[in-house]
Write a protein that binds this ligand. Structure first.
Ligand SMILES: Nc1ncnc2c1ncn2[C@@H]1O[C@H](COP(=O)(O)OP(=O)(O)OP(=O)(O)O)[C@@H](O)[C@H]1O
Ligand SMILES: [Mg+2]
Length: 269
């Protein structure tokens, strides 16, 4: 789906990143880069370090070795070049829908005056079809609607890089499908770089132009797959899709089995 100009320098550069807690290595020698238009999905077994990797990309933690660069610089927390979408929505329950979106702008877009922040928040709530719910509180909304607020909050920042951590993981299948369409529309509107963590192979295949499959911890990149599917209506789409799916599932299955075997062995720490 995404179109990426490979001749332009990458916005995001992840080079030989190592990260861990104490003696335990969580992420081991991970490298990839992202340009405008790239939609990069990260798939791997539970606990392999996917969420940890996103915090490194956002500058919330620093690699022990290797480097993360955004526009050639080390990322620092709160910068406007990135924003995050979380699985659990992470909305402030005491703030209205509108104020939640404005809060994201207040955190990341210190260049904007209050009126501008509210204007943009309204605009993005409209884009996700929630303009009439702006005065409601998160508890009044379904899970799908809450995550649309999460999307509005993240996209309103107009970041170069969107970091999404299993954004549809807590939603039922229909809501997840609708939200996938919302994300597709929001991403196609403006060229962004998306790093998208998911457990769902079909979601990754439908949204991405690149899929990074991680090993069971410590997380390394086992496979980097470039997804080049024809138009969904074309005759060879189903066979091509199935071939990608089979290839990815073979790798993922081995890593999930590895995680299960370790769990059966019991805790090692
Ligand atoms: N603050 C911490 N201190 C010590 N270990 C941690 C800490 N945070 C995470 N970990 C460990 O780091 C590893 C990777 O965690 P992470 O949450 O990044 O995995 P994940 O791939 O996102 O998993 P999931 O698919 O379940 O969301 C896990 O073994 C976890 O227990
Ligand atoms: Mg996680």
């Amino acid at each position: 789906m995404a179109t990426t100009d490979r001749s332009v320098p990458p916005i995001l550069e992840v080079d030989s990143v190592v990260f861990g807690y104490g003696a335990e290595t969580i992420i081991d020698n991970v490298s990839f880069d992202g340009r405008a238009g790239d939609f990069i999905s990260i798939i791997g077994p539970s606990g392999c370090g996917k969420s940890t990797l996103l915090t490194l990309l956002d500058g919330m933690a620093q690699p022990l070795a290797g480097s993360v660069r955004v526009n050639g610089q080390r990322p620092l927390p709160g910068e406007p070049s990135r924003s995050m979408v979380f699985q659990n929505f992470a909305l402030m329950p005491w703030k209205t829908v509108l104020d939640n979106v404005e809060l994201g702008l207040r955190y990341r877009r210190k260049d904007l005056a209050k009126k501008e922040r509210y204007d943009i928040a309204h605009e993005y709530l409209k884009k996700v079809g929630l303009d009439r719910s702006s005065k409601l509180y998160p508890r009044h909304l379904s899970g799908g609607m809450q995550q649309r607020v999460g999307l509005a909050r993240a996209f309103a920042v107009q970041p170069q890089i969107l970091l999404m951590d299993e954004p549809f993981g807590a939603l039922d299948a229909q809501n997840a499908e609708i939200l996938r369409e919302d994300v597709r529309a929001l991403v196609q509107e403006e060229q962004r770089t998306v790093v998208f963590v998911t457990h769902n192979l079909d979601e990754a295949l439908q949204l991405s132009n690149r899929i990074l499959l991680m090993t069971a911890g410590p997380g390394r990149i086992r496979e980097a797959v470039t997804v080049d599917l024809p138009d969904e209506d074309s005759d060879d789409y189903p066979a091509r899709y199935e071939a990608y799916r089979k290839q990815l599932w073979m790798h993922l299955r081995q890593e999930v089995n590895e995680t299960r075997a370790r769990e059966e062995e019991g805790p090692t720490r």
